[in-house]
Design a binder for this molecule. Structure first.
Ligand code: SDX
Length: 424
């Protein structure tokens, strides 16, 4: 494809074109400022490619999501989360031998250092689990300093993947005043997490298969999503050569925002508000359309998906199945379905191509599983962890990689004379 041509201030510049494996076209502007003195301007990076990546492909118009070329629908149906972790990080699905060794490594590193338990004594009982998760992941760097070779980096990545679920479960036990339940090496990743969450010392607890399968699906569906806000944050922080724990801790904090991963908690709070208001969902659809109202339909809309979010479609189906298997009826599910139905026939949402996103139904399932609302974004973070790690590695292994440092268009004061305070 021939270069792009830019006419600027009477000069013409030729900009190289890069084409991705799915045919996306990118205009390479890396030399633009040196050639023309101008930069591009794209607040929120909606039209800017920050990198080339081979990890995840999304086609927002067609509702396509693939990890390393495999459609999300196939992975959700056929894979355990640990298999997807291996795929995202290594680029290929594991052989049986590779998979056995990988799972064994994750199991063997699930414990956190006994001294780390002392941090939990300092958190307020009301501490948000995302605050605990991001700080404890950062603290891991003080127990496992960054190694200088590939084996040391790989071991710290295994430690991170294995210990995050333990820290998450411990933060829940702390919030309900129950003793920590340690990891059990005879359990799978999902069973182990659920066991640490819901087992109590006084009685045996066997993880119900329906919970194990539901959690597995949720984690697989959240595992990666190309250059979203938190993943771009991990890449940005990692580009300064910050260690993996510090980079991931930054990603956790970015995910916490209600416009991003924090939306799953906000969706349930919104549905609960509508339920308490007589389930008058049409009133809230109108409020979401009213520019004078600050109300947004949480769990709706997406920067990339301008058609359905394939994850929302799978989660909507799973919500019906999980609630039926658990014998749970949740009025919030009916309100969610009614909201979706009304919104998808309303011009405001249709014109803006606003559809349910991954956060719209996930909270209904977490709720039915007995996971508290303030843990929902932690669950999103546990799912997204392998994606963050895969992108951090891809960025760090890029031979042309450099520290991320965007430019700006300055709109402040031009130079002016200083006036001493006594004369102001
Ligand atoms: C995630 O990027 C990723 O991939 C993220 C994610 C992942 O897996 O990592 O998919 C996970 O973060 C999903 C999104 C979760 N957030 C929410 O559900 C919060 C509610 N949604 C919105 O705030 C919004 O849709 C965003 C933040 C998701 C996207 O925002 P954009 O792309 O910046 O779009 P915008 O805010 O510019 O909205 C465009 C128009 C505006 O109206 P106009 O100015 O054109 O009149 O759509 C309106 C917005 O007011 N709009 C909404 C709306 N979302 C957008 N109006 C009502 N309710 C909404 N939810």
């Amino acid at each position: 494809m021939s270069d792009a041509k830019l006419d600027l201030n009477g000069e013409q510049y030729e900009l190289p074109i890069t084409v991705g494996s799915e045919g996306e076209v990118g205009i390479d502007i890396s030399a633009l400022r040196n050639q023309s003195g101008a930069i591009t301007y794209d607040p929120g990076y909606g039209n800017t490619g920050s990198c080339a990546s081979s990890i995840t492909f999304i086609d927002g118009e067609k509702g396509i999501l693939r990890y390393r070329g495999y459609p999300i629908e196939v992975l959700a149906e056929s894979c355990r989360f640990t298999e997807v972790i291996y795929l995202l990080i290594n680029g290929e699905l594991p052989t049986e031998t590779q998979y056995r060794g990988f799972r064994e490594s994750l199991t063997r590193h699930s414990l956190i250092h006994e001294d780390m338990k002392k941090f939990f004594e300092g958190y307020a009982i009301t501490a948000h689990p995302m605050a605990i998760l991001s700080s404890m992941i950062s603290v891991l760097s003080s127990y496992y300093p960054e190694g200088q070779d590939e084996a040391a980096r790989e071991l710290n990545i295994i430690r991170l993947l294995a210990k995050a679920k333990t820290i998450a479960a411990f933060s829940y036990k702390k919030s309900i005043g129950q003793p920590f339940v340690y990891p059990n090496n005879s359990l799978s990743y999902c069973e182990n997490f659920l066991h640490m969450m819901f087992a109590v010392p006084a009685e045996a607890y066997e993880v119900p298969e329906v919970l194990d399968d539901a959690l597995n699906l949720l984690l697989v569906l959240h595992a990666d999503h190309e250059q979203n806000c938190s993943t771009s944050t991990v890449r940005m922080v990692g580009s300064s050569d910050a260690n993996i724990f510090a980079s991931i801790s930054a990603g956790i904090n970015a995910l916490w925002g209600p416009l991003h991963g924090g939306a799953n908690q906000k969706v349930i709070e919104m549905l609960e508000r509508i339920r308490q208001d007589g389930s008058d969902y049409k009133k809230y659809v109108d409020m979401a359309k009213d520019k004078d109202s600050d109300f947004r339909l949480m769990g709706f809309g997406h920067r990339v998906y301008k058609n359905f979010d394939p994850r929302a479609r799978l989660l909507k189906k799973s919500a019906d199945k999980v609630l039926a298997q658990l014998g749970v009826t949740d009025p919030l599910l009916e309100i969610a379905k009614n909201l979706e139905e009304v919104a998808l026939e309303d011009d405001y949402f249709v014109e803006r191509k606003l559809y349910p996103n991954v956060d719209f139904y996930s909270g209904i399932i977490y709720r039915a599983m007995g996971i508290p609302t303030n843990m929902f974004t932690v669950m999103f973070a546990l799912g997204r962890l392998p994606g963050w790690v895969a992108h951090w590695m891809e960025m760090r292994d890029d031979p042309k990689g450099k520290i991320h440092r965007p430019r700006q268009i300055y709109t402040g004061e031009t130079e002016r004379a200083f006036v001493p305070i006594e004369s102001r």
